[in-house]
Design a protein around this ligand. Sequence first.
Ligand SMILES: Cc1cc2nc3c(=O)[nH]c(=O)nc-3n(C[C@H](O)[C@H](O)[C@H](O)COP(=O)(O)OP(=O)(O)OC[C@H]3O[C@@H](n4cnc5c(N)ncnc54)[C@H](O)[C@@H]3O)c2cc1C
Length: 397
Amino acid sequence: MAGAGMSGRSLALECARRPAFRDKKILLIDRGEKKQNDRTWCFWSLPGEPVPPVVYKYWDQCLFFGEQGVQPLEIAPYRYAMVRGIDFYEWTEAEFRQYPNVQSIQAGITGLDIATGTVRTDQGDFQGEWVFNSAFTKERLLPDAGDLWPTTPFTTADPDKTSDKAFTRLLQHFKGWVIETATDHFDPAVMTFMDYRIPQKGETRFAYVLPFSEKKALIEFTVFSEALCAPEEYERELSDYIGNILNIDRYKILETEFGIIPMTDDPFSRRQGRVFHIGTAGGFVKASSGYAFKRTQRKLREFADAWEQASVPDERVFRSPWRFRFYDSVMLRVLRDQAVSGKTFFSDLFGQLPPQLVFRFLDEDSTFADELRLLSAPPAWPFFRSALKQIPVFLKI
Ligand SMILES: Cc1cc2nc3c(=O)[nH]c(=O)nc-3n(C[C@H](O)[C@H](O)[C@H](O)COP(=O)(O)OP(=O)(O)OC[C@H]3O[C@@H](n4cnc5c(N)ncnc54)[C@H](O)[C@@H]3O)c2cc1C
């Protein structure tokens, strides 16, 4: 595994647990120690769906603040779940210790040889029958990670964006604080899924709130756009939201999270020679939502199943059905061009349709009848116009 983050660990575990892979050696290579809580993963899940046994908290009640004001989202039988990065890393480490054929090494990867399956690192070269890469992308989709997050200016804006052939490349960028308040402010049973009561500034901007107790919550400010904000803007928006919208004036910041997720219809290479690309590097992020956790677990489980049965790995399992890539592509274009604002779009969606239908659609489990209902919710004409503009892109996605 070239990269031992969420996807590298998930695939290593899927393989290690299957008898068919007992005689294979699995090596995880990562430059990081994974001893820090570097992110939190949220997702919705249905009863019985396989979920890592390290969910930090579930919420059954959600609120949506849109153009029509506040609206409770009745999400049952779904539950909204949160996994802390550190819990996931510690749990997978403990699991790997049960399998002598799984080993880890801390090393900086400097290159991949797709013909020989060699991973070049600052600790030497390692060769495998197959390499699963989640560390590199063919070109820079995101700025390099470092202590200086966010590294502005950074933009994915395509200089040729006026051309209808251009793919859409948005970034989902966000900053979050875990805060502790002096007095009770939160209902730990109710999370805020999206709150659009913040200035949109011609982009899609919202906040969300994940309360852990009456006094403690993770609050995130999120933007969908082509370019990052100036570093101080994330903090200003967060403190304005906490002070002016949530009316909290006394609090301590306990933890900070910053992240950037690519949202694009630009097709990713799924395999080159002996190298399979997985996770964000393999295009596993849902282009229209930025969610990747459950989706990655699911794709890798299906991939390992198919590999076990056929005895050879097959990257075709990673690909979503065409119609979902098409919906994502149109949605991205609508958001980029602000043909409909994100605030209007999501307000219409959650105002007119059951959230279960939206979740099913984003999980790519919807039926064609579901999708017809979905298409009736947002303003039809801007979507139709964007779909027409996308025609040159369709055959390439
Ligand atoms: C802060 C944050 C919060 C997120 N929250 C959510 C969420 O709530 N829900 C959701 O569905 N998705 C979320 N995502 C999106 C996605 O689920 C995560 O980014 C996820 O971790 C992607 O998995 P991955 O394996 O592709 O990448 P990673 O988990 O980032 O793993 C890649 C690994 O490669 C290693 N690496 C990179 N370069 C090198 C190198 N040169 N040498 C050695 N190692 C290297 C890194 O150290 C890292 O461990 C979030 C993303 C971020 C950044």
